[in-house]
Design a protein around this ligand. Structure first.
Ligand SMILES: [Ca+2]
Length: 292
């Protein structure tokens, strides 16, 4: 994206994506999305992405196809409509579905998602891996609970790519950004013992701040707003006047020029489309035909 793009417009764009993506028919079973972010202090490069949780694996696979193939939206760099992953702001996107061998939340997901740690391991053979991980899940969960401030842990496997992954989520240990991240990042991996026994190789390990947390979509975007937990550390938050209409942020024609008076009533009215009112109008879900 043009570095001159104001941060609230970038954040507003993310909230526009949220309304189309989390409401899509292909997102059935959607529970959460967490967008991690890390800015390399050396190069200034931003590393980001999305960690999704769905009720069922088949739903995650359907959503993977949506993200990789079916979802088209505008490219803020060029103004063209492009396949989502082809946006010029994304470099080297990596997207895959994971089978959940275990997932646990130890505290309220809405208020305790500040830091993430993601590990991926390459495994020699996928044979029996799901049974093995489901068998070990109670020990994995117990080991994760030893990490100070741990708020959730997901144990994931992708047999096709012969990969196992753990995603840890952590609350702040004190009321300032990154408080507790050292403990999260220095804790021994919950999989280290199994990896040594079974010849797994760690291929990825990274820490991120949680930029944005999506919750399930409600018609007309009348549900709870997405969360920006580290807003005090990362000045990337939507605003009124960011040019996007987000009814869940209590935006309407009364305070945001981008909102039509009819946007947010869960009815696709005349003049509404996926650009100006994704809350009500979307080509990615069965919804009433908009008026002329
Ligand atoms: Ca409407």
């Amino acid at each position: 994206m043009n570095p001159a793009t104001p941060p609230d417009v970038v954040a507003g764009l993310i909230d526009h994506d949220r309304q189309l993506m989390s409401s899509a028919d292909a997102a059935e079973g959607f529970k959460h999305k967490v967008i991690p972010i890390f800015v390399d202090p050396g190069t200034g490069k931003t590393f980001s992405g999305g960690r999704y949780l769905f009720d069922k694996w088949v739903q995650a696979r359907s959503y993977e196809k949506f993200v990789k193939e079916d979802f088209y939206t505008f490219d803020p760099g060029t103004g063209e409509v492009v396949q989502f992953l082809q946006r010029s702001i994304f470099a080297n996107p990596d997207c895959r579905n994971w089978y959940v061998a275990g997932a646990a939340e130890f505290s309220d997901f809405k208020t305790t998602q500040y830091h993430l740690r993601t590990e991926r391991w390459s495994i020699p053979s996928p044979l029996g891996i799901i049974l093995f991980l489901e068998w070990k899940w109670p020990q994995v969960k117990a080991a994760a609970m030893q990490i100070p401030g741990i708020s959730a842990v997901w144990l994931l496997v992708n047999r096709e790519d012969r990969m196992v992954s753990v995603v840890y989520f952590q609350n702040r240990l004190a009321p300032f950004p990154t408080a507790g991240m050292n403990q999260l990042m220095s804790a021994p991996s919950v999989l280290a013992g199994y990896a040594a026994e079974r010849g797994w190789t760690q291929v990825y390990m990274a820490g991120h701040l949680a930029l944005n947390v999506w919750l399930p979509f409600e018609p007309g975007d009348q549900g709870p707003p997405a969360l920006w937990p580290n807003a005090d550390a990362i000045p990337l938050v939507p605003s009124i006047h960011d040019g996007f209409c987000s009814p869940s942020r209590e935006e309407s024609s009364a305070n945001e020029a981008a909102c039509l008076p009819t946007c947010g009533d869960a009815v696709c009215d005349a003049g509404e489309d996926w650009l100006n009112c994704p809350a009500d109008a979307s080509p990615y879900r069965e919804s009433p035909v908009c008026g002329p």
